[in-house]
Each structure stands twice: as C-alpha cells, then as structure tokens.
Write a protein that binds this ligand. Structure first.
Ligand code: AP5
Length: 213
C-alpha cells in the first residue's frame, strides 16, 4: 500500500504516519526526518537543507527529489510506504507520479489531515521530539509519562529549531502557497481522502483506518 500524507505543518501527519507504518508494516518515509538526520550528522546535504529549514522555506526540489528517489530503491519499500512531507510541491508530485508510472505502479491514497491554522501554532509550540529516535509528543495533547524523556526509547526530548513562532508562521504561508495545491492534484487523481485532524490522535487514526480498509 502506498500512501501520501498531506496537511499543514503540525497537522499531525508524522504522528499518524508512524501509526499507519506500524499497523501495516510498511516504512514511514519523512523527508523532514531525513533532512534532520543529515543535519545532525553534519553532511553536505544537511548543511544545505538547514539554510532553508531554519527560515521555514522548502528545500529546493532537485535536492529533495534526489534524496527521495534513492530512498525508494531500498528493499523495505517493496510492499509500499507512507510518505510524510513529500511531495510538497506540484513539481515533486509530478515527479513522483512519473516515477511510479515508469514502474507500472500508482499511489493508492492521499490523506489530508485537515487542521485550521489557528490550532497549528499551539500544536507546534508544545511539540517535543526525541533526539534519539524521532518520537513526537506534545506537552498538553500527547504528554510523555516522564517529563523530558521519550516514552519509546528514554531519549532526551527537544524543541525543533523550526518550531519558533515566527518560523511557524512562515512555514504556514509556504504551505498555503506551495503545498496546498496538492489537494487539487490528488483530487484530480481520484485518491484524495480528508480526515478531521482536530480530533484526538486515536480518533484521527480510527478515521484513517476506516479509509484504508
Ligand atoms: P517536516 O519535518 O516535514 O515538517 P512539517 O511538514 O512542517 O510537519 P511537521 O513535522 O512540523 O508536523 P506534522 O504534521 O508531522 O505534525 P506532528 O505529527 O509532528 O519538514 C520540515 C522542513 O523540512 C520543511 O519546512 C522544509 O524546509 C523541509 N522539507 C521537508 N520535506 C520537504 C520536501 N518534500 N520538499 C522541500 N522541503 C522539505 O504533530 C505536531 C504536534 O501536534 C506534535 O506535538 C503532536 O504530538 C501533536 N499532535 C498530533 N496529532 C494531534 C492531535 N490529533 N491532537 C492534538 N495534538 C496532536
């Protein structure tokens, strides 16, 4: 099963993508996580990506496409994947569709996690991410059992560099101009499904499972 997660920054794409990946035993592929791992490891790609990410802008398509196309060649993708944060521009979506068509494949579902802008700043302000495993929590909506420690691996929790309020507003504006058009793109492809992302995490997941069947 091949799934694309759509939605504003902080809508809960990553939270739901991890749950879908565990349920269907397919990889969760997050371009944001791959860029952050490269930044942490000090790679050339990470240095280039950081310049854009810290400003809340998108990393250029050519860098992103090279990275993701390479990821698809990994054997763990053979039964599908759940994409989180990719595609993010019409150019990326078209490149993805073309690369699937070249293999006689297609995307099965595009799931839009719909959350209004006014909820987003609150979500990102309270987000805490594990330095070690990337687990994502929220101080109010999804708190860890022990404050500051990851429930999954015990690692330290941190605030992401791009979760500062001024960067969040820029990310939202970039989302509306460059990524939201993908909703029409996947509507036209006939695979768009929308879930109400303002419900609690488990309820959103139930709604997604109903769609995936
Ligand atoms: P990326 O890492 O993809 O960030 P994003 O899309 O901005 O999304 P987030 O990770 O911020 O949010 P999310 O929707 O996954 O929400 P989460 O589940 O964490 O990208 C970062 C940057 O990398 C981009 O700005 C760009 O520069 C670059 N980049 C990445 N991909 C790229 C691409 N393809 N092309 C170009 N550049 C690219 O949830 C948020 C919080 O809310 C958490 O605290 C969570 O616990 C909480 N929460 C989740 N669900 C709920 C709920 N139902 N109720 C209450 N709280 C909830």
């Amino acid at each position: 099963m091949k799934i694309v997660m759509l939605g504003a920054p902080g809508a809960g794409k990553g939270t739901q993508a991890k749950m879908i990946a565990a349920k269907y035993d397919i990889p969760h592929i997050s371009t944001g996580d791959i860029f952050r791992a490269n930044i942490k490891n000090g790679t050339e790609l990470g240095k280039k990506a950081k310049e854009y990410m810290d400003r809340g802008q998108l990393v250029p398509d050519e860098l992103t496409l090279e990275l993701i196309m390479d990821r698809f060649t990994n054997p763990d993708c053979v039964n599908g994947y759940v994409l989180d944060g990719f595609p993010r521009t019409i150019a990326q979506a078209k490149a993805l569709t073309a690369s699937l068509e070249a293999k006689g494949e297609k995307m099965d579902f595009a799931i839009d996690v719909d959350v209004p802008d006014e909820n987003i700043v609150d979500r990102m302000g309270g987000r805490r991410a594990c330095v070690a495993c990337g687990g994502t929590f929220h101080i109010k909506y999804n708190p860890t059992k022990i404050e500051g420690k990851c429930d999954l691996c015990g690692g330290e929790l941190m605030i992401r560099d791009d979760d500062k309020p001024e960067t969040v507003l820029n990310r939202l504006s970039v989302y509306h101009t460059q990524t939201q058009p993908l909703i029409n793109y996947y509507t036209e492809e006939g695979i768009l499904k929308t879930v109400d992302g303002t419900k609690d995490v488990n309820k959103v997941f139930e709604d997604i499972l109903e769609i995936l069947g």
